[in-house]
Design a protein around this ligand. Structure first.
Ligand code: ZN
Ligand code: MN
Length: 128
C-alpha cells in the first residue's frame, strides 16, 4: 500500500471518532468537523471515512438502518443495537474463539467476521 499523505482533516476526523462511544454517522461527523474546518465538504468527510476504514484505523458499521456508522475503537468488540432507541452499544466480547471454531471446520481462509446483536437495551427495559 502506498504511503498516505498526511491530512489534517483526516487526522481530525480520526481524533474526533476516538472521543465518541456512540458510533456517529458520516453526517454527524461532518457537522462536528465543520466547526473546525468550515470549508470541508460532506464528500471529503465521506472519502476520508472510507479511507480510514479501508486502512483499518476506524471501523465501519452497517447495521441496516440506512446509514453507515463509524467507530474509532478498533479493539475487538461486538455491537448491540436497541430496536427501541436505536442506540449502538459496545459489547465487550471477543469473537476470536468463535471465528477459530468456524475456521477449523472450513477449508478456506477466514479473516474477519461481523455480527450484530439486536434487542432492547437495559435503559429501555427499565422504562417499561
Ligand atoms: Zn434502548
Ligand atoms: Mn463500538
Amino acid at each position: 500500500m502506498p504511503t498516505l499523505k498526511y491530512s489534517k482533516q483526516r487526522e481530525a476526523i480520526k481524533e474526533f471518532l476516538m472521543t465518541r462511544q456512540d458510533h456517529p454517522t458520516a453526517d454527524d461527523i461532518y457537522l462536528k468537523i465543520r466547526e473546525q474546518f468550515p470549508h470541508i465538504s460532506l464528500g471529503t468527510v465521506y472519502r476520508n471515512l472510507a479511507l480510514l476504514s479501508e486502512i483499518g484505523e476506524i471501523n465501519k458499521l452497517t447495521i441496516g438502518d440506512g446509514s453507515d456508522h463509524f467507530d474509532g475503537n478498533i479493539s475487538p468488540h461486538q455491537h448491540f443495537i436497541c430496536k427501541k432507541c436505536n442506540k449502538i452499544i459496545d459489547l465487550k466480547v471477543d469473537s476470536a474463539e468463535y471465528v477459530e471454531k468456524v475456521a477449523s471446520e472450513f477449508s478456506g481462509h477466514i479473516d474477519r467476521c461481523t455480527s450484530y446483536f439486536y434487542g432492547i437495551c437495559g435503559e429501555c427495559l427499565d422504562q417499561k
